[in-house]
Ligand binder design. Structure first.
Ligand code: DGL
Length: 269
């Protein structure tokens, strides 16, 4: 990707393939930028793990992206890692632009008519102080029905369709009635970057009138705003995909969801 600082890549990481939903939006918003994506699949899922694990992995990946690729910005394409580690990473790397993701509660409030909003996320995201602060900041504006979805990111990671459908049915069933009538949940926040890859199944379960809200586009716009230098190139940016897990599975997911046929390399950290 060259040593010109203007062509330095943007680093993006997630516990696995979920962050590809953010990379998809980043590539659409910033088509001339280069990206290095890390799927930490050998250490996934993050969502049911403690701070020590998630912060440790986030630090190691960030150090690697800086040392080996000279990234000019970092997108934490994972709600769980953002909630656990963004503060530590910002303290350790004050010169690096770091963009995190959080469940899209504010956009959901703007969209909802019934004022009943479902939030699907990992236990790790919903249980951390950062999420509680976000909910408190919107007190009185809507009811949030928050559902921890143990196992769902893992099922998506392994592209296990039977399990994905069963878990989506179980968790949406537990949240109550969906729909645009009074008392119904009319807006469903996908608070884990893996979940957009289950959108088709979720829409079948909750019905076509319920809006699904994810964070890809707002995060991509925020990344553009935070970049000190945009790539001066007019040619399409390149992507490099790295994984601590199986290369074939990241390659399959990137091809299937993003139409990306780019190199996938193994990463051992
Ligand atoms: N994709 C991640 C998130 O947004 C984490 C999924 C997991 O590893 O549990 O929270």
């Amino acid at each position: 990707m060259g040593s010109d600082p203007h062509s330095s890549p943007i680093g993006v990481f997630d516990s696995g393939i979920g962050g590809l939903s953010i990379l998809r939006a980043l590539r659409a918003e910033l088509p001339h930028e280069n990206f290095v994506y890390v799927a930490d699949s050998a250490h996934a899922p993050y969502g049911e793990r403690d701070d020590a694990h998630v912060i440790g992995r986030s630090r190691a990946i960030t150090q690697q992206l800086l040392a080996a690729y000279g990234i000019k910005a970092l997108v934490i394409a994972c709600n769980t890692a953002t909630a656990a580690a963004i503060q530590v990473l910002r303290e350790e790397h004050p010169a690096l632009a770091i963009i995190g993701v959080e469940p899209a509660l504010k956009p959901a409030v703007a969209l909802s008519q019934t004022r009943r909003i479902g939030v699907m996320a990992t236990r790790g995201t919903l249980g951390r102080a950062k999420f509680r602060t976000l909910v408190d900041s919107l007190a009185g504006q809507a009811d949030f029905i928050c559902q921890p979805c143990d196992g769902l990111a893992d099922a998506i990671e392994h592209q296990d369709t039977t399990k994905i459908i069963a878990l989506c049915a179980h968790y949406t069933g537990a949240m109550g009635q969906f729909g645009i009538n009074d008392g119904g949940i009319d807006t469903l926040v996908l608070g884990c970057t893996h979940y957009p890859f289950a959108s088709v199944h979720l829409t079948q379960l909750v019905g076509p009138t319920v809006r699904l809200v994810d964070t890809g586009e707002p995060v991509a716009r925020q990344t553009r705003r935070k970049l000190k230098t945009l790539s001066p190139s007019e040619v399409a940016g390149q992507c490099l995909l790295l994984t601590t897990g199986e290369r074939a599975s990241l390659q399959r997911a990137a091809h299937h969801w993003l139409g990306l046929a780019c190199p996938v390399e193994s990463l051992s950290i």
